[in-house]
Design a protein around this ligand. Structure first.
Ligand code: FAD
Length: 352
């Protein structure tokens, strides 16, 4: 007889690892299935210079402090090392190179199949595949004619390939501003926006922004309990220099171009300009195709859930969705409390 696990976690990023910590603490029998060869989530795919917007003090997963001084802002590779150490310290049962291709439910049992041909049975499933897996680019007129480079911010690593180019970065969020500021050092770079970038200071009255977010209860207020949706902040965290750089025109900020032409873009005032590269920092969309046969998703592929609990499939849960329970749900600091909450709900389900 094939073993029936208490739960299978899909995805071995920070969400999957934080879940592992709480599942283990509660004595549950589980596995974490990770598509890649390392369980460090999407962090290796983010750009080289990425520095966390929250200091180490506010970037820990449950049970293990983020190393180093509490007020330093860790780099991408420090996060990767931290996640590796975390999985090792708690000896989490991770199976790598196991991309889940389908999940089905028959009676009370889930069947999980991976691309490599393995099948697992479980009483519950927790999806932790990340909110930033499927890059989104808007459709812009004339794109097919453009002979330059088009890429999504998820493909951007560092400025080297763009030295002395004419570059346009599309978007007004953190990634757009950070990438455009970095490129403006080596190339003529513009930030193309629908609305002017809004900034929020990283340090207020001598404290990091995240101190105030926590102190004022923004990370913990259960808006979903009152039927509300967690609002999404569009503000860019100003790490001290971005606002100044934009004001100085490095990069300059302009209204989004109206279309492409063969060699560049056409700005709203009709001016045409030659452009080498356009980088879309225009976000991500859900990518939960492995859950599509269970009635778990809406017509646009978004999970039907409240606070991480599927509203259509009993025993199916999520951790790491944007705005799942708070502003912080899809971040290092927010994923631990969400994992704990979901594991408590799952325990109740298993006792039924
Ligand atoms: P991911 O890290 O995406 O991990 C999901 C895992 O699931 C991956 O390992 C993937 O291989 C695996 N997977 C996916 N599909 C399957 C499948 N079908 N089967 C098996 N495995 C699968 N947060 C912060 O706290 N601070 C920051 O400064 C910060 N900066 C960010 C900068 C950028 C550019 C982006 C995009 C996000 C940033 N975030 C930041 C947000 C968030 O913390 C990260 O996106 C983080 O990687 C999310 O972790 P996760 O575990 O939810 O998802």
């Amino acid at each position: 007889m094939k073993e029936v696990w208490d739960t299978i976690v899909i995805g071995g990023g920070q969400a999957g690892l934080a879940l592992g910590y709480h599942l283990q603490k509660n004595g549950l029998r589980f596995l974490i299935l990770e598509a890649n060869e390392r369980a460090v989530g999407s962090w290796p795919n983010y750009y080289d210079s990425l520095k966390l917007f929250s200091p180490a003090r506010f970037s820990s997963l449950p049970g293990m402090k983020f190393p180093g001084a509490g007020d330093h802002y860790p780099l991408r590779d420090e996060v990767i090392r931290y996640l590796q150490k975390y999985a090792k310290q708690f000896r989490l049962p991770i199976q790598t190179n196991q991309r889940v291709e389908s999940v089905e439910k028959t009676g009370d049992t889930f069947t999980i199949r991976t691309v490599s041909g393995n099948t697992y049975l479980s009483r519950t499933v927790i999806n932790a595949t990340g909110a930033f897996q499927h890059p989104y680019m808007p459709v812009i007129k004339g794109r097919e004619k453009f002979r330059g480079n088009i890429l999504h911010s998820s493909e951007y690593r560092n400025p080297t390939p763009f030295v002395n180019q004419r570059v346009v970065v599309v978007g007004a969020g953190n990634s757009a501003v950070q990438i455009a500021a970095e490129l403006a050092e080596v190339s003529k770079t513009s930030l193309a926006v629908l609305r002017p970038v809004k900034f929020v200071k990283q340090r207020i009255l001598g404290r990091d922004l995240h101190f105030w977010i926590r102190a004022l209860g923004f990370d913990t207020f259960p808006i979903w309990r009152f039927g509300g949706v967690v609002p999404r902040s569009r503000a860019v965290i100003d790490l001290g220099q971005y606002k100044e750089r934009l004001a100085a025109g490095k990069p300059d900020q302009r209204l989004m171009f109206s279309s492409f032409h063969a060699d560049g873009v056409i700005w709203p005032d009709g001016t045409t300009e030659r452009v080498d590269t356009v980088i879309f920092a225009t976000g991500y969309r859900p990518h939960l195709v492995h859950l599509r046969n269970m009635g778990a998703l809406d017509s646009e592929g978004r999970p039907l859930q409240t606070a991480g609990i599927s509203t259509t499939v009993p025993g199916l849960y999520y951790v790491g969705l944007e705005g799942q329970r708070s502003f912080a749900s899809a971040t290092l600091r927010g994923v631990g409390p969400d994992a704990k909450f979901v594991v408590q709900k799952l325990l109740r389900h298993l006792k039924k």
